[in-house]
Design a binder for this molecule. Structure first.
Ligand code: FES
Length: 597
């Protein structure tokens, strides 16, 4: 088996003969930029082959890398490993993704959906046959609920103390099931883990179910990213090979297991003491997580297999938690408005709020929700992956060295990078800021064409290699090209047109919107002013970033049965608008391409 030395990481990995290098890197847990799922179209998975035996460059690599091929630059997804080799992956290495987790409102505790209790059974008098199971149901007041099922483990656990002098147990149960029983050992830990299942990143939070306190939060790049940056690429992978569904499920569960392991290791807890899990994700991610094919969501009329909440056991999904743990999966509204949006809306108690609010989650699929008192209108828009740095000449994920903010002040253009290091590309928030600068400085026309007249920044406009571009950094050179601007323009137009249709349906005007809420990991870091300048969000009196609202909702779902009821009600009441069914959507879209210069 060939050995691959990843020289910049000083790490050796093994690869199969003829395997693509990208696959070998991902299998070894080394993540590099790869937006198109190895199709050779995004040109992001750039590596430098230093020595060794690999396949010759193909036409896709020639198209993306041109002269650089002579210096050993290659696309990892196109390189077939032919023998031992040495590679430098620094041009596309993302390091460990730092998922920025913002301060969140603490979740109030209500009646717990999963409970743990200690109890002692007294021996019944001789002549009266009452099983331990019946005695226990009576003590736990489960008899009032009706038929309660018992896991096999619970009965076996019960049998371990039958006949003992001190019949004290610890039991974990929910309203429908006695899940886990064990002789009481004095163990205090009773834990839950909340997840936001993003297409790009997965965030998890370990929660003490007894106190409601968060113990640890972290995030990781979704291991499925190997198959492409957006949900459409995941659908394509399953369509190409149905066996990929199981592979994708395994990858998402592996990412969740990594986060569980990290949280437990850092806090000194045992994953076996995790008895509840709540999971909020977009509809396609939730389908893949449960192993249900999401293919029907990919084609009109975009029908999901399920929308209602799901309750499962940890063992059904092979998660590294207590096998009897309850796994709660959020309900979705439609194929393109999923459980993550329901979770975020419920977390901030949005339904029934006074005034008109627009809730926006900017992503590859931009979800928009318009709330007017008890009325909820929502849609999903295909914004594309431009805001995630894909389809952008020097676009990158929000990792070390990405330009994350750009400002023009006192006749000076300033860029800010993640980690305050030399820039290596530009991520979504930097792209929005850059575009806002161009609009404000009138360096683009209303239709988005770069123009050089009449601005302090005009000397940054250049032309070369048959393309116009705007220089953000001279050394190293980081530019925004005319094609990049067009991609961003399409993305913002999709979101703008979507919101206009929602307003129409609700018979409201843009000026009626009193507050805009930016949700999602990306939304939290967008400069609201820049977003308003380019028309991504309306110029409402108030704009609030709420961070990962979906994760907060997932945490609340661990702690309150009442919250889960609210979640179900919201999902059922929401009015989903299918944009493709609106005959004038295209008109709105084309009008939304215009910038207010
Ligand atoms: S070109 Fe290799 S992953 Fe896109």
């Amino acid at each position: 088996m060939p050995e691959v030395l990843v020289s910049n990481l000083k790490k050796k990995i093994s690869a199969d003969q003829g395997e693509d290098l990208l696959g070998a890197l991902y299998r070894a847990g080394i993540e590099i930029e790869s937006y198109c799922g190895g199709m050779g179209s995004c040109g992001k998975c750039v590596v430098i082959i230093q020595e060794g035996s690999v396949s010759p460059p193909n036409s896709l690599e020639e198209k993306h890398l041109k002269e650089k091929i002579k210096s050993g630059f290659r696309l990892a997804c196109q390189v077939k490993v032919g023998g031992d080799l040495s590679v430098d992956i620094s041009p596309s290495y993302s390091a460990k993704l730092e998922v920025k987790l913002e301060a969140q409102t603490e979740a109030a505790k209500g009646e717990l959906p999963v409970k743990r209790e200690k109890f002692v059974l007294s021996k019944p008098p001789i002549g009266k046959t009452v099983s331990l199971q019946d005695q226990m149901e009576e003590v736990l007041a489960l008899t009032q609920i009706g038929q309660v099922s018992w896991s096999q483990q619970s009965l076996l656990g019960l049998s371990r103390i039958a006949g003992q002098k001190e019949q004290s147990f610890e039991a974990v149960f929910d309203p429908a099931k006695v899940r886990w029983v064990c002789p009481f050992s004095g163990e205090k830990d009773f834990l839950g883990m909340a997840f936001d299942l993003g297409t790009t990143t997965i965030a998890g939070e370990l929660v003490d179910l007894t106190s409601g306190v968060s113990l640890f939060r972290s995030g990781a790049l979704n291991r499925q990213a190997r198959y492409g940056a957006d949900v459409i690429s995941r659908l394509r992978a399953i369509q190409d090979d149905p066996a990929n569904l199981a592979r994708l499920q395994e990858l998402v569960i592996k990412t969740m297991d990594d986060l569980i392991e990290e949280a437990c290791e850092k806090t000194g807890h045992d994953p076996e003491r995790i008895f509840a899990l709540s999971v909020a994700g977009n509809t396609i991610m939730e389908h893949i997580f449960l192993g249900a094919s999401p293919l029907s969501i990919g084609v009109a009329p975009y029908t999901p297999v399920f929308l209602r909440e799901r309750l499962l056991d940890g063992k059904e999904l092979n998660l590294s938690i207590n096998p009897e743990a309850q796994v709660y999966v959020f309900p979705s509204i439609a194929g393109y408005v999923g459980g993550d949006i329901v979770s975020g809306l419920a977390a901030y108690d949005m339904m029934g709020k006074k005034g008109v609010t627009l809730y926006v989650d900017v992503g590859t699929n931009g979800e928009i929700v318009l709330l007017d008192g008890e009325k909820v209108y929502c849609c999903g828009t295909a914004a594309g992956p431009a805001f995630e740095g894909a389809q952008i000449y020097q676009g990158t994920r929000a990792t070390l060295g990405a330009i994350s903010a750009v400002e023009f002040k006192d006749n000076q253009l300033r860029i800010f990078t993640i980690g305050d290091v030399s820039p290596r590309g530009i991520c979504g928030t930097g792209l929005i800021d850059s575009l806002a600068c161009l609009v404000q400085e009138k360096l683009i026309t209303p239709t988005g064409r770069l123009r050089g007249d009449n601005s302090h920044l005009k000397e940054r406009l250049r032309e070369g290699d048959k393309r116009k571009f705007f220089i953000l950094s001279e050394d190293p050179e980081i530019v925004l090209t005319q094609e990049d601007i067009s991609q961003l323009q399409l993305a913002k137009a999709a979101l703008q047109a979507g919101r206009e249709i929602l307003l129409k349906e609700a018979q409201l005007k843009e000026k009626d919107i009193e507050e805009v809420i930016l949700a999602g990991a990306f939304g939290s870091f967008i400069n609201p002013k820049s977003a308003q300048i380019i028309g991504l969000i309306p110029r409402a009196p108030r704009v609030r970033s709420v961070g990962n609202a979906s994760l907060l909702g997932a945490k609340k779902a661990l702690l309150s049965l009442e919250f889960r009821r609210k979640v179900s009600e919201l999902a059922q009441k929401a009015n989903y608008i299918e944009l493709s069914s609106w005959s004038d959507f295209q008109d709105h879209f084309y009008q939304s391409l215009i910038f207010e210069v």
